[in-house]
Design a protein around this ligand. Structure first.
Ligand code: ACO
Length: 427
């Protein structure tokens, strides 16, 4: 017999179905709660609310486990390419040679961007944050490709997916070129996805662009680590926007905006700025730990804590072990890495952080690597967005394929009761 959960309230009992996930996670299905009882649940920040069933990513925050379609993130980061992982996440299986070649070629066919998009970029001030530019340009794709805004069949979805996968890194690179005042370059179809991204960001007309394999490898690993993280803030945003059948381009544009916030993807920029501030202040790590613990001080240790990981973030472990190697290979010495290590060691021994289960998250060390790779600070979150793109696409596609209903939460109204209108002269 399938399990039920019983809610007892004011002498009445109500039964709700119980679902068991593939990893024995238990969920009470309260979707009929309001119909049955007239009541709703309250869950600020959705800390306990499962908004969907998903077959893409499994994560166990207590054990520090992250798997995509059943494969461990540690294996994917070391053994697969960015595009292979993207294919796996979006379509459910590791691709065969033929499948990945077709996907790669279909994406490359879509890597041209309408020249008129450059007019939109030209309208931004040079100081524009590239996340704002990227979000706007991604939304603008709806205007340039109206035939792919209302997609229903798998084939139409595939075309929209290849379109955005092809154009997104171009738009991201152009957002960077805007800040730098450098020319906007197109992709070179002889290069792979990650090489192209770096080339478009750094190629200048006066010099031959020579790819650096160490930079490419480190960048690919970082992008893979960020590909999906189940129902995080930006992904939930993509699903919520997409649930109204808004286009993939509009949904991803909203995801970029959600990712920009300093409590989410924007944290990688904040981490490096915090480490710089500690360095400029004389490097007194303990002073900043005290500030982070002080409830009257808004300062938080950026790159620490996670909504789901309460033990360790497996992505942070992979990045931490890469940080040393990358800096060594590139012959760079970054004093902020020492501050980061000191900060981590001190915080991990401190009862405040131990009791609240606050550990370094993926963003704690990624900024240090990005900087060693020559990525400017304001582009850190853009790199995260490029990494996360396949996850947003996969979650949007899964939601549309499963015909999920429009997302529309309820609320508990705590405002004024009904009252009579007061004329202006009596207020
Ligand atoms: N520094 C100091 N104290 C912290 C920190 C921090 N970084 N993070 C949480 N706390 C404290 C809170 O003040 C709170 O203390 P209290 O119980 O005494 O009130 C307790 O730990 C729980 O914190 P919440 O904010 O309730 O935890 P939540 O799960 O809502 O937030 C979040 C998670 C947003 C990531 C938070 O830890 C944070 O702000 N971290 C810094 C920003 C950051 O690094 N974000 C990146 C997240 S990873 C990603 O998006 C890829």
């Amino acid at each position: 017999m399938s399990k039920v959960a019983t809610l007892e309230f004011e002498g009445k009992k109500y039964d709700f179905p119980v679902y068991i996930g593939a990893e024995d996670e238990i969920a009470f299905d309260i979707s009929k709660l309001r119909d049955m009882t007239g009541m709703i649940t309250l869950d600020f920040g959705y800390k306990n609310t499962g908004a969907t069933k998903s077959a893409i990513t499994f994560l166990d925050g207590e054990e520090g486990i992250l798997r995509h379609r059943g494969y461990a993130i540690e294996d994917l980061a070391k053994k697969a390419s960015y595009l292979e992982v993207a294919y796996l996440i979006i379509f459910g299986e590791l691709p065969t040679k033929e499948q990945i070649e077709k996907f790669d070629s279909d994406i490359k066919k879509n890597s041209l961007v309408d020249e008129e998009m450059k007019n939109i970029i030209n309208g931004f001030p040079r100081s524009a944050h590239p996340m704002g530019v990227l979000s706007a340009l991604t939304a603008a794709l709806t205007a340039f490709h109206p035939n792919l805004t209302d997609v229903h069949s798998e084939e139409e979805m595939y075309n929209a997916i290849c379109k955005i996968m092809g154009k997104f890194p171009v738009l991201a690179a152009w957002a960077h070129n805007k800040n730098e005042g450098t020319p906007r370059t197109y992709a070179d179809n002889t290069l792979d996805y990650v090489e192209n991204l770096l080339m478009m960001m750094y190629k200048v007309p006066t010099q031959k662009y020579i790819p650096n394999p160490t930079v490419k490898k480190a960048m690919e690993e970082l992008l893979i680590l960020h590909q999906d993280h189940e129902q995080n803030c930006s992904t939930s945003t993509v699903r919520l926007v997409g649930s109204s059948h808004a286009s993939l381009f509009a949904s991803v544009s909203a995801g970029v905006s959600a990712l920009w916030g300093p409590l989410h993807g924007g944290a990688n920029q904040e981490v490096i700025e915090m480490l710089e501030a500690i360095k400029a202040d004389g490097g007194d790590v303990e002073k900043f730990i005290l500030k982070a613990k002080d409830k009257n001080d808004p300062f938080r240790l950026m790159g620490f804590g996670h909504r789901v990981y309460k033990n360790f973030d497996p992505r942070a472990l992979i990045i931490k072990s890469s940080a040393d190697a990358v800096l060594k290979q590139l012959g760079k010495d970054d004093p902020t890495l020492d501050i980061a290590r000191h900060l981590e060691e001190t915080a991990l021994k401190d009862p405040y952080f131990i009791e609240r289960k606050l550990f370094p998250n993926v963003d704690f060390y990624s900024g240090i690597i990005y900087r060693a790779l020559g990525i400017p600070v304001e582009m850190f979150t853009v790199m995260f967005a490029i990494g996360r793109l396949p996850g947003w696409i996969a979650q949007w596609r899964e939601m549309r394929m499963n015909n999920e209903p429009i997302g529309r939460p309820r609320q508990l109204y705590i405002g004024q009761p009904s009252r009579s209108f007061v004329d202006m002269d009596k207020r």
